[in-house]
Ligand binder design. Structure first.
Ligand code: CMP
Length: 133
């Protein structure tokens, strides 16, 4: 069994999509092991997305993720990291496959509704970032 970190981003929280996204996760046999709703400070987001600090979109990304509450979850399933990325769809909702979360709910590459860890190493780091115990 593998664990991954999932975040429901401000655009989806604002549109009350939390329940719909969680039911997609459950339908796809993910167990939500831990969850918490948080309003992040910009400095927390800067640390979380440090891997992107040299990218041109870094500042906008950090402003956006700290603009409203998010729901942070630890998901558990066999191959959870890849399976979650499959149901999330491509980063840019315009390029995401039909039926994926980002195709269904994403508004733009920034407001793409969900985040999911992209590797075992990052999943471990990201889970530890939010759930230190
Ligand atoms: P996420 O999977 O949370 O990881 C970093 C985020 O940066 C990504 O989703 C996008 O919402 C955002 N982003 C904005 N512009 C880009 C871009 N050109 N390439 C990748 N990610 C981008």
């Amino acid at each position: 069994m593998e664990q991954t970190l999932s975040i429901i981003k401000p655009d989806a929280m604002e549109r009350n999509l939390e329940g719909k996204i969680k039911s997609i996760l459950k339908k796809n046999n993910f167990e939500i092991v831990k969850e918490k709703k948080v309003k992040l400070e910009k400095k927390d987001v800067e640390e979380f997305y440090k891997v992107h600090e040299t990218k041109p979109f870094y500042n906008d990304l950090c402003n956006y993720l700290s603009s409203g509450p998010v729901l942070v979850m630890v998901l558990k399933k066999e191959n959870a990291i890849a399976e979650n990325r499959k149901i999330m769809g491509a980063t840019n909702p315009k390029e995401a496959d039909p039926g994926t979360i980002r195709k269904e709910f994403g508004i733009s590459i920034d407001k793409n509704s969900v985040h999911g860890s992209d590797s075992k190493e990052n999943a471990k780091k990201e889970i530890n970032f939010f759930f230190k115990d």
